[in-house]
Design a binder for this molecule. Structure first.
Ligand code: NI
Length: 188
């Protein structure tokens, strides 16, 4: 279905994305825990929705669908063409931009993804901000000090490059960076 199909409601499209993600991530756990990966996707979607309530995000449907589907390509090898067929070109392009290119070295993959996100509508920038806010709940217990520091620097770069998209999300991300890694071990 196309996101332009006015016969399908906002709720139908968002719940279809959630159902699709539930199937795609069915066997995936939050790293280092027994919790279903849907927990991460739900937290990112809730960050997006909360931000929208404080300061409207231009295309909230695009933001929510991309939040729910943002790891489907990177983690579950869902084909962007499949997303396009089901959710439309805007969602497929947003999720593709949010996915790291596996052919690039680790350091370059984030810079490349951020550059591609910047060519997307602000709704997609908001998903990256929300994703990082969610991932800064705490560093996984098995991470080295260096890895935690790298993650913090990367988060500062995300805020610098994308923060202009949403004041509320930028403020929240800055706060999370300031207190990272905190005292509660969690998984990124
Ligand atoms: Ni994520």
């Amino acid at each position: 279905m196309s996101t332009n199909d006015i016969s399908v409601s906002f709720s139908d499209r968002v719940t279809e994305a959630w159902d699709f993600a539930a199937h795609a991530h069915n066997k995936q756990k939050v790293p280092g825990t027994q919790l279903p990966y849907l927990r991460h996707l739900g937290l990112v979607a809730l960050e997006v929705m909360s931000a929208h309530l404080s300061e409207p995000i231009d295309d909230i449907e695009l933001a929510l669908c991309c939040a729910i589907l943002h790891d489907a390509v990177e983690d579950q090898s869902v084909q962007p063409e499949d997303l396009e067929r089901r959710f439309g070109i805007a969602v497929a392009s947003g999720v593709t931009a949010l996915s790291k290119d596996p052919s690039l070295p680790k350091g370059e993959a984030m810079t490349d993804s951020l550059a591609r996100i910047r060519r997307q509508p602000h709704a997609v920038w908001c998903v990256k901000l929300a994703d990082r806010i969610s991932n800064l709940r705490g560093a996984p217990a098995h991470w080295s000090v260096e890895r935690v520091e790298t993650y913090r620097s990367e988060s500062i770069e995300i805020l610098r490059v994308l923060g202009v998209a949403h004041r509320g999300l930028a403020t929240r991300l800055a706060l999370k960076i300031a207190t990272y890694p905190g005292s509660t071990p969690d998984a990124a």
